[in-house]
Design a protein around this ligand. Structure first.
Ligand code: FES
Length: 102
């Protein structure tokens, strides 16, 4: 273990992860407060959650809110950038598909 890697169980400041749960297309996904919705999905093993007009898979590209590759519908609001949106317990994420085939 490096000097910079401090486990939550030995954090001298007493920080503790506060768990949360969101749903992605109806499936429950666990996260912790402080994560963005994109990091919750990435930590769940999802590399993409949208299909672009060319049929390609889209997820996080820039990670700083510039490219809009990471958009999804959150609590009924479309085109939310998941890399900028702090995850909140109970958020409902719905993936988007803008494939030209539709
Ligand atoms: S990854 Fe580029 S805006 Fe979210």
């Amino acid at each position: 273990m490096s000097a910079r890697s401090i486990g939550a169980d030995v954090d001298s400041v007493g920080r503790r992860d506060r768990p949360l749960a969101v749903t992605v297309d109806g499936t429950s996904v666990a996260g912790v407060h402080g994560q963005t919705l994109a990091t919750v999905l990435l930590a769940d093993g999802r590399s993409h959650w949208r299909t672009g007009p060319d049929g390609g898979s889209r997820g996080v590209f820039c990670g700083i809110g510039v490219c809009f590759d990471c958009v999804a519908t959150v609590n009924g609001i479309p085109d939310v950038r998941l890399c900028r949106r702090p995850a909140q317990d109970g958020d409902r994420v719905t993936t988007q598909n803008r494939s030209a085939a539709q």
